[in-house]
Design a protein. Structure first.
Length: 484
């Protein structure tokens, strides 16, 4: 039988199929679009290969596109029809079981199966990558870290793919709060492979979470040729760039990035890109800046998708778009649809990961976003306060979920709920004491309680912090040429 580049035996796979699988894994690790064609080539060369079949399923599910999952489900069903999988080797059986769990909507179960696979086969890169992405989609920060950390000892320092594993590990370290270690690990990965965009993304997150905005912009500027083209993370990393600009008070720069890279007439309409667009405009809306034309185009793009209940994190961003565009009725229709879906008496449905995500966090978040659009800030606080410490249940990163946390803070301030606003600001200050946004929030709270002196000091600190970010961040002037 053929083996992959790491010495793993590939059942029912020809040497040609193995070559294509190696090519597909390489593209997958660096988020290159050619991964899809490479998997199709592997399937054509070795249609009986469990690895190739599972790979196709992971591609269909991990992008959180319900159409991609449906197509993968149909092909996988044809492959399994009349097939006895019990005779397969254990590794291959686990891959097929994990793929089946993904298609059944049991993302947590799929992650468990891939973790079991990695116990005996820590050099199965596909299992590690797919498991890592499932941990991200389900908001499991500890396993996002430890799934990769537990396998790294099986990879020598000379192994070419140790680099992208370090990039994955860095993201897990960051999401579990080990920022300095995450930065160190992510930079080591980028040093090995400058075009490792997941590692670039991980380092970018570490600067975001520590409020080291100038360093983050300088890092992205210096590596623009490595991450701004030819990969699936280009839009998301530009989104991070725009967040840096917003933090520094450079709203026009953020909007230029939005128009040129995040959402425009040539955008593909993928959920992972549309949610970045919604999250960016929502932050601007919370800061008092309305962008009706941009919101209208974005809401149209979400409406065109007409997503069924599939991934609660996406639902929340669709609701943001409808509310931002002033289309409250459409937001309410989506919320009502998800409420009905949860209420339907279907035992099988309750095993879906998205069912729990929607029930525990997704639905209250969507309801709160609608309430925010209606100006009912007390309702926003009532809905979000109980879920604020477990919002990770519906996936995403700390940076992404901060749009919801800011919604809670803004509504607490608007509702005159001074005690909660004070507590929320104190929590934020402890993590990012130099954040202009946090200081502006403190100034508004001081205004509300009649402490003019504190308000003046806080505004001064906010202005100084914002100015302090700009000189060391050249990208906050003209947007880099790669956007032109």
């Amino acid at each position: 039988m053929a083996t992959d580049r790491h010495g793993t035996t590939l059942y029912a796979c020809t040497p040609e199929g193995a070559d294509h699988l190696d090519r597909a894994v390489e593209a997958l690790l660096f988020f290159r679009p050619e991964v899809a064609a490479a998997v199709e080539d592997a399937l054509a060369a070795s249609p009986e290969s469990p690895d190739a079949q599972a790979f196709a399923v992971y591609l269909g599910v991990l992008g959180t596109e319900h159409t991609g999952a449906a197509a993968a489900r149909a092909r996988f069903g044809r492959y399994l029809a009349g097939r006895d999988t019990t005779a397969l080797p254990a590794r291959e059986r686990l891959h097929l079981a994990a793929a089946g769990a993904c298609l059944a909507g049991d993302l947590h179960g799929a992650g468990d199966l891939l973790e079991e696979l990695s116990l005996a086969h820590p050099r199965d890169v596909l299992a590690l990558f797919a498991g890592h992405q499932l941990d991200f989609l389900t908001g499991d920060a500890v396993r996002l870290r430890d799934r990769i950390g537990g396998a790294l000892s099986a990879w020598g320092r000379a192994d070419e793919h140790r680099g992208p594993l370090l990039g994955m590990y860095a993201f897990g370290l960051e999401e579990s709060g080990h920022y300095r270690r995450a930065e160190e690990t992510g930079l080591a990965a980028v040093e090995r492979h400058p075009r490792d965009v997941w590692a670039v993304h991980a380092v970018t997150h570490t600067y975001e979470m520590q409020g080291r905005i100038a360093e983050g912009v300088a890092f992205l500027d210096a590596r623009a040729d490595d991450w701004t083209r030819g990969n699936y993370l280009t839009v998301h990393n530009w989104w991070h760039y725009a967040l840096y600009a917003l933090e520094a008070g450079a709203e026009e720069t953020a909007l230029r990035v939005y128009d040129a890279a995040v959402h425009h007439g040539e955008s593909a309409g993928l959920a992972m890109e549309l949610l970045d667009a919604a999250a960016l405009l929502w932050r601007m809306r919370l800061a008092g800046r309305e962008e009706p034309e941009r919101w209208a185009r974005l809401a149209d793009a979400w409406a065109e998708r007409a997503d069924p209940p599939f991934y609660a994190f996406n639902d929340a961003h669709a609701v943001m778009a409808y509310v931002g565009a002033g289309r409250i009725a459409e937001a309410e229709r989506l919320v009502d649809d998800r409420r009905r879906w949860l209420a339907e008496d279907d035992g099988d449905r309750r095993s879906l990961s998205n069912h729990a995500m929607t029930a525990e966090v997704g639905l209250p978040v969507c309801e709160a976003l609608v309430a925010q659009g209606r100006g009912d800030h007390a309702a926003v606080v009532e809905l979000l306060w109980p879920v604020r410490r477990r919002i990770q249940v519906f996936g995403g990163s700390h940076a992404q979920r901060d749009a919801v946390q800011r919604t809670l803070l803004e509504s607490a301030l608007a509702a005159g709920d001074h005690d909660r606003a004070r507590l929320l600001l104190s929590e934020r200050d402890g993590l990012r004491p130099d954040s202009p946004y946090n200081w502006l929030g403190r100034a508004r709270l001081a205004d509300a309680i009649g402490d003019a002196a504190l308000a003046a000091v806080a505004r001064g600190r906010a202005e100084g912090a914002a100015k302090g970010l700009r000189p060391a961040a050249p990208g906050l002037g003209p947007v880099p040429d790669s956007l032109s």
